[in-house]
Design a protein around this ligand. Sequence first.
Ligand code: OSB
Ligand code: MG
Length: 390
Amino acid sequence: MSQPLHAAHGAGRDGATRDGPAIRIEAVELIEVRARLRFVFETSFGAQQELTRLLVVLHADGLEGLGEVVAMGSPGYSHETTATAWEVLERHAIPSIVGRAFATPSQLLAATDWVRGHDMAIAGLETAFWDLLAKRAAMPLWQLLGGVRTEIPVGASIGIQSDVAATVDAARQHLDQGYRRLKFKIKPGWDVTPLRAVREALPDASLTVDANSAYGSASSRVFEALDELDLDYIEQPLAESDLHDHVALQRRLRTPLCLDESIHGPDDARKALATEAGRVINVKVGRVRGHLAARRIHDVALAFGAPVWCGGMLELGVGRAHNLHLSTLEGFVLPGDTASASRYWEEDVITTWLDATDGVQHVPTGPGLGVDLDLSSVAKRTLRRSEMRA
Ligand code: OSB
Ligand code: MG
């Protein structure tokens, strides 16, 4: 592995900064907001247009650290929802950190370690703390994380469409907009036919599929047919907890499997790559308890020589910015799902648009996350708000 770049910036691997005394968390704001997608996003677990999200604001030393909880209104992708995250944060996790001082993200995580699971909820706090640390060090978050690039090639994740012609149209449109790879949501009954049509229309495009765990191990004929379509990978075909059957499926296919839901932390990544349950990992900072876990998963993959890419959860600006900072690490060699914010929203919750140009996103350059909340947009969207002080 190469020399860790963050050493040059005075930041330790655990996120401690050179002159970094502990930061005392004076107050934590939790804000539930609603947002409406510009399109209906249909996956194997359902169709969505209205979303709810939690924003986290940590207050310390006159600074604000921003995080976003990526759980959605219903438990289709994972067991967590906006409501479970609110409950876990307000009643359990935030009381464990408010009024206390932490020098590193590991220290903050140690204080919330007793909370089993609920990784999306905890990630909202952990990522907000990284923003605080980077702001205090007056450096962009990507440098504190040890990133090596500021231009991030991105692809787009395309939901299940009404018919094959609409799928081919959507593929062409996104390719024309410059996206570097196109991912199609599939489900039983909507898989080989649309993908074959897209492949015929776009013989050279970088194409992938994502099943969100919709298939059983008996579906191998579908995957054998998809295996003929020269896909970059097949994302999460089988159940989240079923690494064993992913191993068996991967043995029968040339196409790499990519794991998303199955990877909750670095140990999952190690076991999956060691057994070849998959050969590619989708890392989502919002899914895995925060940047520290995301970076450890990245490090495991790098040690195995396996490519990783940064997934998405239809994030608002705060979560989208965190994804971009994470994507600067050296192992993120495949285009991620962090498409242009304006593809999703008429209005974001930050004052700038995180939009790609020719399929490339630019990492925000200011201190910390480098984005500011648009307070009037947040106010309009707020469903509930809670502020906890020491
Ligand atoms: O499985 O990657 C997924 C969106 C919500 C939940 C899960 C997933 C997705 C996406 C879209 O694929 C990613 C994005 O455009 O943000
Ligand atoms: Mg996925």
